[in-house]
Structure formats: C-alpha cells, structure tokens
Design a protein around this ligand. Sequence first.
Ligand code: COA
Length: 260
Amino acid sequence: MSNYETITVEKRDKVAFLTINRPDKLNSLSSKVHEEGVAALDDLRRDENVRVVVITGTGEKSFVAGADISEFNDKTPVTQRNTFYEKTLFNSIDVFPKPVIAMINGFCLGGGCELALACDIRVASENARFSQPEINLGIMPGGGGTQRLTRLIGEGRAMEMILTGDMIDAATAHKFGLVNHVHPLAELAEKTLELANKIAEKAPVALQLCKEAVKFASRSNLDEGLRREVDLFAICFSTEDKQEGVSAFLEKRKPDFKGK
Ligand code: COA
C-alpha cells in the first residue's frame, strides 16, 4: 500500500490497482490527483513485477466525475494551455509502456472519460455513465476528448456527445465501442482482474511493442504504420522471451516469460 493523499496503489501479484480516492468529490481530478497519479505510474513503470495496471475510482458511484471544477477559477489560459507540456495523468498514461485497463465503476465524465480514453482497454459496470459535459460549463474537452473519443467511436457519435454534453449508459457505450466489456457492478473487479491476469502472463516486451504498434495506427498513415510494425516485430526476435515462447510451444508446456 502507498502513502498518497488522493490515490491508493495496491499490487495483486502482477497486477497493480491505482485507485483515485476522493469519493466525497466523486473522484474528480484535482491537481494533487494528477501529481500523485503521475508519481505512482512512474513507480509502477519501474517495478518489474508489475505487468498490468488497472485504474479505477473508490466507491460504487463514480469512476471519475471529471476535472475538479473547484480549481477552475484559479486557472488562466496560459496555465491551461501549458497542460499540454505537463505531466498529467492523461499524458503519463499515453506513454506508459505497460497495458493499462480502465475499470469504470460509475460516473465517467469529462476528464474521467478522457482518462478512460487514454487507457488501453475499458471495462465498465452496468451502472456506469459516460459524458463529455464540458459544454455545459461553457468550455470544451481539453484532456484528449475531442481526439481520442472521435478516433474510438467515430465523428458523428463523438460530435453528439461533445456538443450536447448528454450522458450515455453503459449499454450504449458498449454499442459505440467506447468500452470493451460491461459487467454487473458486483462482478466488475473479478472480471477485470481476470482480464488483467490473462494479459499479465504474456511476454512483457512483446506487450510493450504491441501497445506501441497499435497506438501508432491512429497516428500514422498505413505505410508508416506497416513500416513501424515490421521494425517492432523484428525487435521481438532479439528477446529471450521469444525463445521461451517458441520453445514452450514446441515442448508443449506453458511459457514462463521474464521480460527479457
Ligand atoms: N469537480 C469538483 N467536485 C465535484 C465534481 C467535479 N467534477 N463532481 C462532483 N463533485 C462534488 C460535488 O460538488 C459534491 O460535493 P459537495 O458534497 O461538497 O457539495 C460531491 O462531489 C457529490 O456530487 P453531487 O453533485 O452532490 O452528486 P449527484 O449525485 O447529485 O450528481 C453528478 C452527480 C456527476 C451528475 C454531478 O456531481 C456533476 O454534474 N458533476 C460534475 C460533472 C462535470 O461536469 N464534469 C466535467 C468537469 S470539466
């Protein structure tokens, strides 16, 4: 366990749970949450025993209800624009080399939706609700919402969510491809851990390279993407894990990947 004020970090074998822990404020993202979340991710990145990270919120009501609106009065255009260069949770998740799963256990709004979008896979409970409600505050998404949501669910659907600020339920989010799976709230942690454990058993270097290649797909044209893929594919052939994977298959046993 950790000594953070606004988050907790718990390791269960090869899976780490990073939980945003401000339930009285529906786990909204204060600057402290960003600061502590970024520091925790840096530790988890270095910890060789951690293979997968799950991000969630405390309680049964909210994953993350957006940016902490109470901090908005102190913000200037310059401080807000500079978040692009700062280590926010969005930026840190985006470049995090290990798989990150968003476990969405309730309200997933504004910066919360953007946080989930920065993750690699999204798993939600049936009571989860999604929106980009910034328009209701007279502003717009600024943590990647207009870009990642559009790439994930398409322009028409993203446009409607962003222009209306309306909430959609988990079934609609699933239909849109915004979340990969929906489970009853009581089963959410177990099902998410099952998925995380399955991924955690794979070869860590290959996981990292897969992530890099898939993320590059929406940031490049096809020729550049195929070029990058084959280069990353070649790197796999320099790893001990590739040898272990191939040997284990031929010897009809389970591979034991070391991340080397
Ligand atoms: N920032 C700061 N505080 C927030 C917050 C946010 N994004 N979302 C909720 N809270 C706080 C509320 O102010 C309230 O605090 P209080 O008890 O000290 O008054 C507490 O969390 C509980 O929220 P409340 O509004 O009473 O719960 P509810 O069940 O009636 O409504 C929501 C839930 C999510 C519909 C409502 O809280 C909401 O609209 N939140 C803002 C969502 C948003 O616009 N996010 C994007 C920001 S860019």
